[in-house]
Design a binder for this molecule. Sequence first.
Ligand code: AMP
Length: 286
Amino acid sequence: MKVIKEIKAMQDISEFCRRAGKKIGFIPTMGFLHEGHCALMLKARDESDIVITSIFVNPAQFSPNEDFKDYPRDFLRDYHICKSCGVDYIFYPDAKDIYTKDFYTYVNVNSLSETLEGKYRQEHFKGVVTIVLKLFNITKPHFTYFGQKDAQQVAVIRKMINDLNIDIKLRVCETVREINGLAKSSRNTYLNKEQKEEASVLYKALNEAKRMILEEDYDNAKDVKKEIKNFIETNSPNSSLQYIAVTDNINLEKISNLKDYEGDILISLAAYYGKTRLIDNILFEK
Ligand code: AMP
């Protein structure tokens, strides 16, 4: 496994691999890797000849009041995790090379970026889409791997790939969870033991919402959301729910009337435990 820091070097390696007829699988990450990232890297290992993982805490996707400075970083630990997952190249650039002094170009997926997370994290998806497109141009992959954990990110990247005719296949991997159901996240490191236990309520609540829709035939998404809010408040008194939304999985449009709806349903939420903001979702077919 090699660590590549320079953009041009990474482009040259990727070009060389492509010309040799190798299929490249690429996983963008912000590091502080866990089993969720490993699932993506192992899937890439399975399907591709060359696996590239990027580790870059992208300043452009954090707003000034967010945790960019405190975001956990441990390159040596990540190095060993990548190695154990069979990664061939870690792309580990410096921010000053990615965002040069004269950097002016941002890419935005309108509408999809403004709903759900976008309401509370303005500019977030503009930062995500811009870095992902830059990383695609640097690593030149055939396949790219994203986690369902960040459902809106998947929808936004899928849209960018389609709208801009990018010749890369998007693979989406299921959310990897702790035994208690809490979605694995680099940010879980901010939580203490009690908060980690309490935060497992979020996934229980999402499953409860799914059950209400599929088994109890709730007609109205408003009623489901109200019950789920109560469920979380009762079972996790130290949480603060920011939003819960019932949407489709492609355009992320709100579903109000569940009675007449057929297709995939995405229920997503964000909640605070102290200063730590967690997101989670559940996707199922009705
Ligand atoms: P991040 O390092 O948080 O930017 O995440 C990098 C990639 O890993 C994204 O595609 C995430 O959706 C994915 N990911 C993060 N957590 C999980 C998880 N618990 N299960 C599956 N994928 C995940």
